[in-house]
Design a protein around this ligand. Sequence first.
Ligand code: ZN
Length: 329
Amino acid sequence: MELGGIHHVTAVTADAPGNLEFYTGVLGLRLVKKTVNQDDVSAYHLFYADAEGSPGTEMTFFDWRWAPPHEAGAGLVSATAFAVPDGESLEWWARRLDELGVSREEIQEEEGGRRAVLEFSDPEGQRLRLVHDGSGEAPEVRPWERGPVPPGRFLRGFDSVELSVWRLGPTEAVLTEAMGFRKVGERSGGDGPRSAVYEVGPGGPGARVVVVERRDLPLHRRVGAGGVHHVAFRVPDEEEHRAWRERLARAGLGVTPVIDRFYFKSVYFREPGGVLFEIATDGPGFATDEDPEHLGERLALPPFLEPHREQIERGLRPLPTAGLARSGE
Ligand code: ZN
């Protein structure tokens, strides 16, 4: 029984219209689901992904319009990295960000040129990276062909997430002993912070977590706009999902009961460094309540919220149409 890598990353925005514009118009992802936060129906929950909403490609946002700007802290996901198809694509993306006025860092080579990283932020300061990693194939995804990014440059889902914690040890213990990750790289410090890289399941892009020891940061768990709320890892079906819940509970992690998120089943727990983790099933997926041709076009509500649709819609602000294509070749 192995986790299949990253399922989704859920972050916070205070500006749903601007968020939609950036993730569909600049990054070229498809809005595959427009729904509400099941625990706070005044907030949109927006899902951006490949054309089918494949697990491993989903970046999702709670729209908390009163959230203060995010401040970096320990006990949080500090960066989310997407894979690009090849090294040339990384340069294409650098030019695209420049043309669209998105400020970015220079492309950095890591691990003797085997890996190249382009770092930038979304308009609310969400730290993002595009990565070309020569050590593994970028996962297959279904490019969204009605978006502004050509299929050959479309993001190949997640490469990795970076966690910042006070102490590496306890987080490493949970990753490797309870969750089946393998340590594949380590930096002991020196001129930068101590860090380590872990892989799970198939390894490579999409199945990687980087943990950075940041004792200089305040320890906090309040996630503002531009921060990540939690990261979810994949399991194939409900049977394994139940088995994972038992395994995590036996390991003494305070794991929630199984929650039906309608598009997948979830359990949550906080790893000892403070980061909120979720384990989610690959299915049933986003086409369960919408025609795959028209994902994300109307407000989707799970059956238990459908009777309250009118009231819920009144509490939400209007959003522009997704995928307003912005130029940039
Ligand atoms: Zn989630």
